[in-house]
Unconditional design. Structure first.
Length: 329
């Protein structure tokens, strides 16, 4: 199957190198070798194998995948995602995958290189203006346009995973839905131009925003730990006991806790408690739910007990923490 979108408009006998798909689970074309992929996952959780390690992904999340990737899902639950398949020619006609891989557009990153790898600190200086713009870019716009694709061919990784805040997810979703509308409905002769604009917006977010703080970093050597943590994220609002975990994963207590201590320096249930408190902190900071609603949402039916555990970890009650966040804003 050719992952392109053909024009349906009279007099426009053409196609563009963008294809949109919404699926339950991951697309069967996820490892297509002729396109780049941007995946937006709004629900569920999954574990992937990444260079012999295991990565447990929580949602909402985004994934950037280039044509060299071998995306291996070890386990997944309730995953729903939207995938945009595209070739870099959507940014500029000259940007074929072969041309990108030939390094002919590397010139614009010359001051950012350190033995062939992007120096993230230098990239931040470039974005914030601490490095002279003219030192990094040719006056030809072609090198500036190449910056949109930096994450897909200059990171040294074929797959990059990002955690998303609610605000980031909502922004990305709007762009994805706009692209879906344009390529499915093609309302006028400018649908290709608007599709290109939304693609640029998505790629700019990955280059200028996501790289800062929101990369998924929970990579495990032990697939058991990855699978159990994924289960915790997916069922965080449920009553989870050590006994139920041992039964579900057919493992004994010592083996499970030894694996968790080796990977995250704490026991299995201590990890679950920390996960619940961190999730509650995020909800208090960004969400609109009450303390009692958040308590139930992270698995504590007793709000008083939740407050006690929360204070143990943060030094504040949930209400005090919420007030502090609002004062800061």
């Amino acid at each position: 199957m050719e992952l392109v979108t053909k024009s349906k408009r009279k007099g426009m006998d053409c196609s563009i190198d963008v294809f949109y798909e919404q699926t339950v689970g991951f697309s069967k074309h996820i490892n297509d070798k002729t396109s780049y992929k941007i995946v937006l996952i709004n629900s569920g959780s999954f574990v992937v194998e990444d260079n012999g390690k295991y990565l447990a992904i929580s949602t909402p999340a985004a994934i950037l995948i280039n044509e060299k990737s071998d995306f291996k899902v070890i386990s997944e639950e309730n995953v729903k995602c939207r995938t945009i398949f595209f070739r870099p020619t959507i940014i500029r006609e000259e940007f074929t995958i072969e041309a990108i891989n030939s390094h002919k557009y590397d010139k614009f990153l010359s001051v950012l290189k350190d033995e062939g790898v992007i120096d993230r600190e230098k990239l931040e200086h470039l974005i914030t203006g601490d490095i002279q713009f003219e030192d990094c870019f040719s006056k030809q716009m072609i090198y500036q346009d190449a910056l949109y694709l930096i994450e897909l061919f200059w990171t040294g990784r074929d797959i990059i995973y990002y955690s998303l805040t609610k605000q980031e997810y909502d922004t990305l979703l709007r762009h994805f839905l706009s692209i879906e509308y344009e390529i499915n409905n093609q309302p006028d002769n400018f649908w290709i131009m608007r599709t290109r604009f939304f693609m640029q917006s998505i790629l700019f977010m990955a280059t200028a925003d996501f790289y800062r703080n929101f990369r998924q970093s929970a990579i495990y050597s032990d697939p058991l730990v990855a699978k159990v943590t994924r289960y915790f994220w997916e069922h965080i609002d449920e009553d989870i006991t050590l006994e139920s975990v041992l039964k579900l994963f057919s493992v004994n207590k010592n083996l499970l806790n030894d694996a968790f201590n080796k990977e995250v320096s704490m026991s299995c249930m201590a990890y679950l408690e920390q996960l619940r408190i961190n999730t509650a902190k995020s909800e208090l900071q960004y969400g609109k739910h009450t303390v009692s609603e958040i308590s139930v949402g992270v698995g504590y039916s007793d709000t008083n007990y939740f407050s006690k555990v929360f204070k143990k970890h943060t030094g504040m009650t949930p209400s005090e923490y919420l007030k502090q966040m609002r004062d800061l804003c």
